[in-house]
Design a protein around this ligand. Structure first.
Ligand SMILES: NC(=O)c1ccc[n+]([C@@H]2O[C@H](COP(=O)([O-])OP(=O)(O)OC[C@H]3O[C@@H](n4cnc5c(N)ncnc54)[C@H](O)[C@@H]3O)[C@@H](O)[C@H]2O)c1
Length: 449
C-alpha cells in the first residue's frame, strides 16, 4: 500500500520504517528541512536501537523515502499517518493541537483519491471527530475518512514494540477506514496480534487511560518506597511480593526518581484537563501527577542529605541524563530538575550519559561533560546514578571509590545491592531499601526546605 507519514520524530520515523519493512511503500514528510536532509544523507536524528539499520535497509530496497515536498508524499497515498507532536500547551497543560491541524489543512488541499487520514499522535477526546469535520468542510468533494490509531511504543524498544505489539487499537467508523487499517496491519496477523476496533472517542480514551494507569503504578510504588524508608522495609521485595500477583503484575513497579519522557507527564495532565472540561475530576490521576512532580523536585534533597546537609564546595557526578536508557530523549528528564537544584545549592557538577550528551547540552549548562562514568567519578564527593543504562550496571565500585574524593553513592535506580556497595567502603543511598532508613527522614525534610 502507498502510505504517507507526516512528522519524522520518534513515532513517525519508527512508524515509517516499520511499515516499509512490512512491505508497504512509504514516503515520510517533515516540515523540518534539516531533519529530512539528515535522513537523506543517512544520518538518524534520534538515538533508537536498530532504527538506523532498518531505515537504511528499506531506503535501499526503494520502499522508504523522506521528503519536504508534501505533494510528493501525499500523491496516491491510500493512508496518511499523522505523527506530529502534541506537546503540553504553556499555561494550562492541555495538548497543543496546532501541529495536527496545520497538517490537516495542508493535506486537505492535496487529496486527489480515496484516502484514510490516521491519527497516531496522542490527541484528546474529540480531536479525531474534529479532524474529520475539518477535512469534510475543506474538501466536501473528497473521499476521505479518519481513523484513530494511537501508538503505544516505548522509546528504547520502539521497533520491537511496533512490530510485536500487545495490541493494536483502531478507532474507525467507516468500512473504508477499517479495511485500510486491516490491510496495513495484516503482517501482524502472523503473531495473532489482537486488533481492537472501536469508535473514535474510545480509541482516544484508551491511549490516555493506558498512560495514566502506568504513570499511577510508578507513583504508587514511589510512595510505597517512601514508606519503606520510614519503616525499614525493602521496596524491591515489596514490589516482587505484590507483582507476582497476576492481578497486579510486576511491570512498572520500580521505585526511582519519578517518571519523565515525552508522554506520561504531558498525557496525565492533558487527561486531567479533558476530565475537567467534561465536569469531572480524575483524582487518582491528579495524585499520580502531583506525587511525581514533587518527587522530581525533592531529588536534590536526597543528595544534600547524603552529603550531610550541605553541597557547598562539593563535586557531584551525575550518571545518566536521559529520562530512561536507550534513548537520547531529554523531555521531562529528572536530570533537568536535579542538576540546577544541585548547582543552586553550591555543587559543581560532572556528568556522563552514553547517548544523550548532545541532546542534553541543549538543556543543561555549566557542567563538566565527561568521557565515561569513571571520568565523571574523579574527585566527586557523591556519585548519583540517575538513569539505569547498561553501562552503569556493572561498574567496578572499588575503582569508583578510589577515584572519588568522598564516598556517597546515591543510587536512584537501586542498581546495586547494599552489601556490594558497603564492601568497597562506599555509603549507599538507594531508594526505599534496607533495614534502616537510607537517608534520615529528618535531614531529607530539612534539605527539602
Ligand atoms: N515518543 C514516544 O515515545 C511516543 C509514544 C507514543 C505516542 N507518542 C505521541 O506521538 C506524537 C509524536 O511524538 P514524537 O515523540 O514522535 O514527537 P517529536 O517531537 O519527536 O516529532 C514530531 C515531528 O513532527 C514534525 N512536525 C510538526 N508539525 C508538522 C507538520 N505540520 N508537518 C510535518 N511535520 C510536522 C516535527 O518537525 C517533528 O519532527 C505525539 O502526539 C506523542 O504524544 C509518542
Amino acid at each position: 500500500m502507498r502510505i504517507a507519514v507526516i512528522g519524522t520524530g520518534y513515532v513517525g520515523l519508527v512508524t515509517g520504517a516499520c511499515l516499509s519493512d512490512f512491505g508497504h511503500e512509504v514516503v515520510a514528510f517533515d516540515k523540518d528541512e534539516r531533519k529530512i536532509a539528515q535522513l537523506n544523507s543517512g544520518e538518524i536524528p534520534i538515538y533508537e536501537p536498530g532504527l538506523g539499520d532498518l531505515i537504511a535497509r528499506n531506503v535501499a530496497a526503494g520502499r522508504l523515502a523522506f521528503g519536504t515536498d508534501l505533494d510528493v508524499a501525499v500523491a496516491g497515498a491510500e493512508a496518511i499517518f499523522l505523527a506530529v507532536g502534541t506537546p503540553a500547551r504553556r499555561g494550562d497543560g492541555r495538548a497543543d493541537l496546532q501541529f495536527v491541524f496545520e497538517a490537516v489543512e495542508a493535506i486537505a488541499a492535496r487529496l486527489r483519491s480515496p484516502t484514510v487520514v490516521i491519527c497516531k499522535s496522542t490527541v484528546p477526546v474529540g480531536t479525531n471527530r474534529r479532524v474529520l469535520a475539518r477535512l469534510r468542510q475543506l474538501r466536501p468533494d473528497a473521499a476521505v475518512e479518519v481513523a484513530s490509531n494511537p501508538e503505544f511504543l516505548r522509546e528504547g524498544a520502539a521497533i520491537d514494540d511496533f512490530k510485536r505489539p500487545d495490541r493494536v487499537v483502531v478507532g474507525a467508523e467507516s468500512a473504508q477506514a477499517r479495511e485500510v487499517l486491516k490491510a496495513i496491519y495484516r503482517p501482524l496477523s502472523l503473531n495473532e496480534t489482537p486488533i481492537l476496533f472501536t469508535d473514535l472517542e474510545t480509541a482516544e480514551v484508551i491511549k490516555y487511560a493506558a498512560n495514566a494507569f502506568l504513570a499511577t503504578k510508578i507513583s504508587f510504588i514511589n510512595e510505597v518506597a517512601d514508606l519503606c524508608e520510614r519503616v525499614g522495609a525493602n521496596v524491591q521485595d515489596v514490589a516482587r511480593g505484590i507483582g507476582l500477583d497476576r492481578r497486579i503484575g510486576s511491570k512498572f513497579l520500580h521505585a526511582g526518581p519519578g517518571y519523565g519522557g515525552s508522554c506520561f507527564p504531558k498525557d496525565t495532565v492533558a487527561l486531567i484537563e479533558t476530565a475537567r472540561e467534561a465536569g469531572l475530576r480524575l483524582r487518582i490521576v491528579e495524585a499520580a501527577a502531583e506525587t511525581n512532580a514533587e518527587r522530581k523536585e525533592n531529588l536534590a534533597a536526597r543528595v544534600i542529605a547524603a552529603l550531610h546537609g550541605s553541597l557547598k564546595d562539593t563535586k557531584v557526578a551525575v550518571l545518566g541524563l536521559t529520562f530512561k536508557p536507550n534513548t537520547d530523549d531529554m523531555r521531562e528528564a529528572p536530570s533537568l530538575k536535579l542538576i540546577p537544584k544541585l548547582q543552586e545549592a553550591g555543587a559543581s557538577i560532572r556528568v556522563h550519559d552514553p547517548e544523550g550528551m548532545r541532546e542534553a547540552a541543549r538543556h543543561i549548562h555549566d557542567v563538566e561533560w565527561c568521557d565515561g562514568p569513571y571520568h565523571a567519578a574523579e574527585g566527586a564527593d557523591a556519585v548519583v546514578l540517575l538513569t539505569e543504562w547498561d553501562a552503569y550496571r556493572a561498574l567496578d565500585l572499588a575503582r569508583v571509590k578510589r577515584l572519588m574524593r568522598g564516598k556517597a553513592l546515591v543510587d536512584l535506580r537501586n542498581i546495586y545491592k547494599p552489601h556490594e556497595v558497603a564492601a568497597v567502603g562506599l555509603d549507599h543511598f538507594p531508594v526505599g531499601l534496607g533495614g534502616r532508613p537510607p537517608i534520615d527522614p529528618e535531614r531529607l525534610r530539612e534539605a527539602a526546605e
